[in-house]
Design a protein around this ligand. Structure first.
Ligand SMILES: [Zn+2]
Length: 313
């Protein structure tokens, strides 16, 4: 059994997880990320210990702890090199955690953890598994032969920052035209607002007014009710997603590509056209095609994945 901890900017979520990725028990506490880091780490360890005790175990029953953290992570050292969300810089997270709960600890990037979590429940033992999450940004992770591929420096598998349009929309990374600047929910909201400005008669206006804001769902809801301006936004957005996936597939040819993030809840409404476009334009036209599926874990991917990272051979 393993402990998986998903250290987020808002909450610390932790779970007691079996080696098959089943969550036995889970709980969360607020991160309160502006307080001293030592206090956050102490809370993480206390939450882990609480779960172990509540499930009727002792720390000696636990094989390891995995911690998923946003930012740049030195996996070998268990160090957070830099995290903007949690305000850590060259912080020896594994060492500090073990001062409170002395178990083997591994620390990895949260997207790598999510990828590993999805692989455990959704990966069918595939030799190559690509996970892409469409949220505020576009994140991802690559699992090859059951192990996260991290690159020589731990910074591999950032599909959100492959270039889709040279010199295009600005990206949070400082570059322009990244896939993230077109396929993230942030980009979808930007494009929805632009379309609304040009189409005062669009249903998107009344839908946004009902929701109280323009969200990633606005254009989808209007398009499903036959609104032409919304349909154009959705079609273009799906095309952006598909174009990025084609690039990833042409390079990696993963056996399975799993799409996560809130927008993936649109399911086949997004995936069917994506699959069709990837099928037509991918370089694998005459070869067996990888499967494109939706993620299964959503909010629990971080916990399950962090536990799986602790169990990575
Ligand atoms: Zn970028």
């Amino acid at each position: 059994m393993y402990i998986g901890i998903d250290l987020g900017g808002t909450n610390i979520a932790a779970g007691l997880v079996s080696d098959k990725g089943e969550i036995i028990l889970k709980d969360s506490v607020p991160t309160n990320s502006e307080r001293p880091t030592g206090e956050i780490v102490k809370d993480m360890a206390e939450l882990a210990l609480k779960l172990i005790k509540e499930a009727g175990y002792t720390p000696s029953d636990i094989d390891g702890v995995g911690i998923g953290c946003p930012g740049t992570i030195d996996f070998e050292k268990g160090e957070v090199v830099y995290s903007n969300n949690i305000r850590m810089e060259h912080y020896p997270l594994a060492v500090e955690f073990r001062k409170h709960l002395d178990l083997p600890v591994r620390v990895d990037n949260d997207a790598n953890c999510a990828a590993m979590g999805e692989y455990i429940v959704n990966g069918d033992n595939a030799g190559s598994f690509l996970f892409i999450t469409l949220g505020t940004g576009v994140g991802g992770g690559l699992v090859l032969n059951g192990k996260v591929y991290r690159g020589f420096n731990g910074a591999a598998a950032e599909p959100g920052h492959i270039t889709l349009v040279s010199g295009g929309e600005p990206c949070t990374c400082g570059k322009c035209g990244c896939w993230e600047s077109y396929a993230s929910v942030t980009a979808l909201i930007r494009d929805t607002k632009r379309a609304m400005d040009k189409a005062p008669e669009s249903l998107m206006h009344s839908i946004a007014a009902e929701e109280g804001k323009v969200s990633g769902k606005t254009a989808f809801a209007a398009a499903k009710r036959g609104d032409k301006a919304a349909k154009a936004v959705v079609d273009q957005y799906i095309r952006y997603i598909a174009d990025g996936i084609v690039s990833c597939e042409n390079f990696i040819q993963p056996e399975i590509t799993a799409i996560g993030g809130g927008i993936s809840r649109e399911g086949d409404y997004i995936l069917d056209p994506v699959r069709e476009y990837v099928g037509k334009t991918g370089f694998n036209k005459f070869m067996p095609k990888g499967r494109i599926v939706t993620a299964k874990l959503f909010n629990d991917a971080g916990i399950v994945g962090a536990a799986a990272i602790a169990n990575e051979k």
